[in-house]
Design a protein around this ligand. Structure first.
Ligand code: DC
Length: 229
């Protein structure tokens, strides 16, 4: 058998999904697709249009009408790809603390999830993809050939986010990051539709105390195991 065609990597914020997913995709020559950017793009559109994030109907209408585009990077500034919202580059705008603070609220809305999950599924089914999210192995692509669930304690994840932001030159407060991560974990894992949890057939890797290279190697070992089976 060849390498798994569809690789799902799920897990909470700061579990190392993006960094590891990128390395795996690069190694295999696969498409890297972080589905969180779609929820972030909807949140940005909602805020830009002055809509209350708690207005489920209006927010869901926005998810239906906006155009979210992903394309190869047009600027070499550390981005993995360009994220376009109705044709406008919003790659960095979707990473603001304001978006972090609201994205979990809108991603709990069933209609928003349905619209975005269908788009994600269409891309994923084309294969040769490493897809990241919260529900890829459970809902979006339950037929994924390999499902990995990365986990880590909330303190360790907050520490990673803190260091990332310091590196980007941002002014940050560790305790605030920790509180916001706890809030997002709570919303993401208790929502009724597609809550954050490992699929029954996912391999869970706890990344506490592991560096990126070690996690990358663990995932490669799983891919190799899958390949020879
Ligand atoms: O991975 P991230 O931090 O960029 O994700 C942003 C939010 O989007 C996160 O709080 C939960 C939501 N999300 C989701 O519900 N399902 C996904 N497949 C991906 C992200």
């Amino acid at each position: 058998m060849g390498s798994p065609q569809i690789i799902a990597i799920d897990g909470p914020a700061g579990s190392g999904k993006s960094t590891v997913g990128k390395l795996v995709a690069e190694h295999l020559g696969y498409l890297f697709f972080d589905t969180g950017v779609m929820y972030r793009a909807v949140t940005l559109a909602v805020i830009q249009q002055g809509i209350d994030v708690h207005d489920e109907v209006l927010v869901s209408n926005i998810a239906e009408t906006i155009d979210i585009g992903l394309q190869t990077p047009s600027i070499l500034d550390g981005r993995d790809c360009d994220i376009l919202l109705d044709g406008k580059d919003v790659t960095w705008d979707i990473r603001s603390p304001e978006i972090d603070g609201s994205v979990s609220i809108i991603s709990a809305y069933p209609r928003v999830r349905q619209i975005l999950s269908e788009k994600q599924r269409r891309i994923g089914l084309q294969g040769r993809v490493v897809m990241l999210g919260r529900d890829i192995g459970t809902v979006v692509l339950p037929e994924a050939d390999l499902k990995v669930y990365l986990d880590a304690s909330v303190e360790e994840r907050a520490r990673r986010r803190y260091l990332e932001r310091i590196k980007r030159g941002e002014k940050v407060d560790y305790d605030l990051i920790l509180t916001m991560l706890r809030e997002r974990d709570q919303i993401d894992s208790t929502r009724k539709i597609a809550p954050l949890k490992p699929a029954d057939d996912a391999i869970v890797i706890n990344t506490d105390g592991l560096n990126i290279q070690q996690v990358f190697e663990s995932v490669l070992a799983l891919i190799e195991k899958d390949r020879v089976q």
